[in-house]
Every structure is written in structure tokens, then in C-alpha cells.
Design a protein around this ligand. Structure first.
Ligand SMILES: Nc1ncnc2c1ncn2[C@@H]1O[C@H](COP(=O)(O)OP(=O)(O)OP(=O)(O)O)[C@@H](O)[C@H]1O
Ligand SMILES: [Mg+2]
Length: 107
């Protein structure tokens, strides 16, 4: 039995940054293309994400969003550094909504 459930959070304290959009993409990819069983759960923040295996954090090129996102990532990374036995192993940041550089907020 090589199947082992992985717990992944798409998380950021900042709103409107693409968490839901990326969650749907990722769940669809694993289910329809990879044939995996996928369960998607909408949950609150810190208490639940520290029990994940991995966190993926969308960020967007906006000053306020970046300040909020970086403080979130720093807090989580600090928790990981201080808690070696925790389920949570890594947090990864990726760019999303980069088109606002060109089109601004109107589009
Ligand atoms: N890569 C993308 N390309 C185009 N539109 C996007 C992209 N990512 C997100 N959006 C759009 O940006 C808006 C915000 O995205 P989304 O609802 O996924 O953010 P969220 O982080 O889940 O927000 P909330 O914190 O309110 O739940 C939505 O209208 C979504 O369709
Ligand atoms: Mg959402």
C-alpha cells in the first residue's frame, strides 16, 4: 500500500488573492488528471493549517497584499522553525494575479 493521504492547505491571511481559484484548479488536477480521491474543506486559519503537511500561499503584486502575506508567511515559517515535530513541514509561496501590474484593479 503506497497510498498515503497528504494534507495540503492553500492559505493566506489576505483575502481575494486566489486561494479558492487555486484550490479548485489543484483539486481538479489531482482528481481528473491523476485519478486521486480529493476532499476539499474550507477552514479557518492558524489552528487548522499547522496540522497540514504543506502550505501553498498565493501572493499578488500589491503593496498591502504583500505586507499582509509576508507577515503571514513569516509567522508560519517561524512556527515551523520552532516546532520540528509538527505535521507541518514547509510553506511555499507562489505568484498569482500578476496581471494587475498591467491592468490595475479595474479589470
Ligand atoms: N490566476 C487568476 N487569473 C484570473 N483571475 C483570478 C486568478 N486568481 C484569482 N482570480 C480571481 O480573483 C478573484 C479572487 O480570487 P479568489 O476568490 O480565488 O480569492 P480568495 O483568496 O479565495 O478570496 P477570499 O479570501 O475572499 O476567499 C476571483 O474573482 C477570482 O476568479
Ligand atoms: Mg476564497
Amino acid at each position: 500500500m503506497e497510498s498515503q493521504t497528504k494534507f495540503v492547505a492553500i492559505s493566506n491571511q489576505k483575502g481575494g488573492i486566489g486561494k479558492s481559484a487555486f484550490t479548485v484548479l489543484l483539486a481538479s488536477y489531482f482528481h481528473y488528471l491523476k485519478g486521486k480521491n480529493v476532499l476539499v474543506v474550507a477552514k479557518g486559519i492558524f489552528k487548522s493549517i499547522i496540522n497540514m503537511d504543506y502550505i501553498f500561499t498565493p501572493i499578488m503584486p500589491d503593496r498591502m497584499a504583500m505586507q499582509s502575506s509576508m507577515s503571514f508567511v513569516a509567522t508560519v515559517q517561524n512556527y515551523i522553525n520552532l516546532t520540528p515535530g509538527a505535521p507541518l513541514k514547509e510553506i511555499h509561496v507562489f505568484w498569482n494575479r500578476v496581471n494587475i501590474i498591467y491592468y490595475g484593479y479595474e479589470k
